[in-house]
Design a binder for this molecule. Sequence first.
Ligand code: MSP
Length: 738
Amino acid sequence: MAMQTFYLTTPLYYPNARPHVGSAYTTIVCDVLARYKRMCGYDVAFLTGTDEHGEKLERAAAAAGKSPSEFVAEQRKLFVGLWRKLGIQYDYFVYTDQPEHVTSVQRMLQLARKNEPGVVEKRRYEGRYCIYDERYVSDSTDPVNCDICGRPAELISEENYFFKLSAFEDRLLKLYRRHLDDPANYPVPFVQPDFRLNEVASLVKGGLRDISISRKRIKWGVPWPDDPEQVFYVWYDALIGYMTGIGYAQGEQGSLTFRKYWRNTGGGPNEPPGEFVHMIGKDILRQHAVYWPAFLMAAGLPLPKTVFAHGYINYEQDKMSKSKGNVVYPEPIVDALDSFGAPGVDALDSFGAPGNDALRYYLLREAPFGQDMSFSYEGLIQRYNSDLANGLGNLASRLLTMIEQHCRGVLHPVSPDQRDHRDQRIGKITEETFKQTLNHYDQLEFSRALEAIWSLSGEVDKYLVETKPWAVVKVPGSYDRFLTTVSTAYEALAWVVRLAHPVLPHSTERIWRQMGQTDKLGSLSFDNWLPYGAISLGRPKPIFPRLDKNATLAKLHELAEIDRERDKPKEASKAVESETVAPGLSPAESKAPEATSAQQAATGGQASPERSERDARAPRSLEPPVASAEKITIDDFAKVEMRVGEVLAAEPIPGAKKLLKLQVDIGTEVRQVCAGIAEYYKPEDLVGMKVVIVANLAPRKLRGVESNGMILAASVGNGDKPVLVTFKEDVPKGARLK
Ligand code: MSP
């Protein structure tokens, strides 16, 4: 019998930066869902990948001194590596620089043109565009900042190809309606959660403007089939990656895989309709719930069954951002928690250590899926200790130790007539929990699914406390009673472990082995209740050792810091190379030990050589031609990391009458910086002052003293008196100036 298909995608990530816990979140959630669906007996295809075209990637590659193709190929490995580390079981990985993707994108366009003549036409576009978020910010030419990143949007004017999105308003509204009115054929709304559907519907009702789907000024993209001057707009290109990844470009109708999961024609006439979910973050809802179905309708291709937009992971209530220095990366978390893992666990190490599962559990349990969540290390440790170490881990180890000790590790099933009302009650709760949990998973209510499973685990714990099998076993003639109790608890635990498996794939697999089971847990379908004959157990080993809060916090911070440092050298070594002789300054000046910070800033300091070198190979700008020698792009400016610092200590440097050595706290660390301000500022007056520091300058030595950054000052009057930049209002240390 043909199995029902389930096609699931993560967004295709921009590989210009390495993945953080926010990007890992979508992938982890999809991995949980894919594992769950496999256990429900679905034929699952789970796709992830990278979105490698567009201005942002082109620039990032140029900044790294690489060709775009080389650059994305390297960056892509960071994603593949992290998914491996997190044990993500994806089936397909697509990257939009792969050759067959060109066929897919061009084919889609040709289909749309044939199917719906006039749907794509050439027009002039003028407007404001944010190159960082790859989005139009305004259709007016007035200056405006991007409402996502806050940076000034650039003015663009070009001839390009437009997709007539305005012609799809009614069809899109009908689509959203149809899913609500016809649950037999469309069991889930087209957009989830509900409040996101309302958002999208009112956006469409408010009127849709046609969108430009090609670019003239960008070279790094899929070529337009009949216009060599244009490439496809990155979003049109990227969305089609969902089809390329399963073989849309192969043959006339796509590969067998494509036909099976997308067209859903593979399994024969009686096959139930397949499921097909795009999982995304809330920030890319418009592209997935409005543009994408319109592109597909124009080409006459089947649509996804649902688009689920989840919330954001914030760091301690604050939006994660590189410039704030509060981006959380998964690798150090996994490594830190693993370092406290149970010693020499067993031969099952290939399943991964508990750090990985703890992170997955925390991300899914902490907030209702769909809402934003606030990430904190304390929260992670707390959840681990209360739910994993004290909860499931403790229950499993208590029960299995008892069975090992008193049954010589061998357990036989107990017949129903031996069970009393307390045993039966646990059986009933187990059944109810099973139904509830599946229902929650089906509705993508992951936190509620876990709540239900843990409530069963709590009930089993209570049951053991009440029935006290460890005491019963010592009473002569009560051995059968003891056996019934531990078998009942064993069966309930088996369900806890099976139901939790999609979220905790590695540790549940270990518990499963300790329970004497030999089948792979992940390959067991939920419909078969595992009949257990004589089960033989070894001595259980701890799965989730309790974490000491302070030691774990220290380790988490330490590894995060090492991780940050590892990321740095590339930037630093580039800066050092360019620093040796700074063009624009004579060699003597550039090495002058006592050049004031004001002078350095005024002359462009160490930034100038890099800039001129970069401009020579920079991709064409989006702006109308300007005298590039005098102007820098926002991208150049963004390279200078200026932060607020507080002076903790200041002292003169012997033999250097202009220099002071300062210790400056920039929030994440204390920097030693030399500044040529000794003639105008007394060291004691500086302590406590908030100053501005250029934080990403390569370290250098001034009079033998290492200087790690540069303090900004205005250069005033003939004597170039430095006047330090400071703030009227109270600003937090580490805040970035932009
Ligand atoms: N390339 C596009 C997607 C194209 S899909 C055909 C893109 N890439 S992205 O790398 O910027 O973002 C990928 C996903 O990561 C988005 O779903 C986004 O919502 C998600 N997240 C990025 N930061 C996040 C958090 N802090 N928290 C949760 N998800 C976040 O957009």
